[in-house]
Design a protein around this ligand. Structure first.
Ligand SMILES: *C/C=C(C)/C=C/C=C(C)/C=C/C1=C(C)CCCC1(C)C
Length: 243
């Protein structure tokens, strides 16, 4: 029993542990963003509260996972792949819900939401199989995942979601466009990280920069950025209504 008391309660962090640092800061940023979204929620028109609530849920779920991932990294010094993908499989479908919520005013149907959710789950499950289960087949699973990603990009940039956004016009079209850029550019960070982290593929393009650092930066940009786009849309729409 005595040896337990001698264990440190907080793991040490080396000053050059960039992965540990980005897990730590990422965790804090997600917590702060969640507080911001939750606390600002009720200052908006009822119609926008659900969207802001979902923004907060996305960063909150991430904050909890980052808490675990930070710990896991500190204890094992290896990628917390399992927690990473559980986080994604919960938060990315919620990002799909955000597209549906803002396009609802233009008559978006639930089928659009389920289609995007389905594609995102295919993208993530196949990605997990390639990254954690069938490591020697990472290329083929990455390819299937990439196809699902491509279909999501097509759907929002050129497909039915785009049509609805054009119908809605104004601030909604503008916000939709910004979210589309997040998906095209911000989300592309992940497959790049995946390729860079797969042995025999493009490993080494970041000069040994860790896969986790790439994913952590991607998460902060995408989850908090996405939420802020929705937030500023709600601000604009509420201001318009008052005027
Ligand atoms: C908050 C988390 C987000 C927005 C995560 C997004 C993740 C992706 C877009 C992952 C995509 C992948 C591919 C397109 C191919 C390789 C495997 C993945 C899962 C890394």
């Amino acid at each position: 029993m005595n040896y337990l008391l001698n264990l440190p309660f907080v793991a040490k962090m080396a000053p050059d542990d960039y992965v540990g640092f980005t897990f730590f800061v990422g965790c804090m940023a997600m917590m702060a963003a969640s507080a911001f979204f939750f606390l600002s929620m009720n200052s908006f028109d009822k119609k926008w509260r659900t969207s802001i609530l979902v923004s907060g849920l996305i960063t909150f779920i991430a904050a909890v996972h980052y808490w675990y991932m930070r710990d896991y990294w500190a204890a094992n010094m290896e990628s917390p792949t399992f927690f990473r993908y559980v986080d994604w499989v919960l938060t990315v479908p919620l990002m799909c819900v955000e597209f549906y919520l803002i396009l609802k005013v233009a008559g978006a149907k639930k089928s659009l939401m389920w289609k995007l959710i389905f594609l995102s789950v295919v993208m993530l499950v196949t990605g997990y199989l390639g990254e954690a289960v069938y490591r020697d087949q990472a290329q083929i699973w990455g390819l299937i995942s990439g196809i699902a990603y491509f279909v999501i990009v097509y759907e929002i940039w050129l497909g039915s979601a785009k049509k609805l956004a054009v119908e809605a016009g104004g601030y909604i079209l503008k916000a939709h466009k910004t979210l589309c850029w997040f998906v095209l550019v911000g989300w592309a960070i992940y497959p790049i990280g995946y390729m860079a982290g797969t042995p025999g593929w493009y490993d080494g393009i970041f000069g040994g920069f860790s896969l986790d650092v790439v994913y952590n930066i991607g998460d902060a940009i995408n989850k908090i950025g996405f939420g802020l786009v929705i937030y500023s849309l709600a601000v604009s729409m509420s201001a318009k209504k008052e005027a």
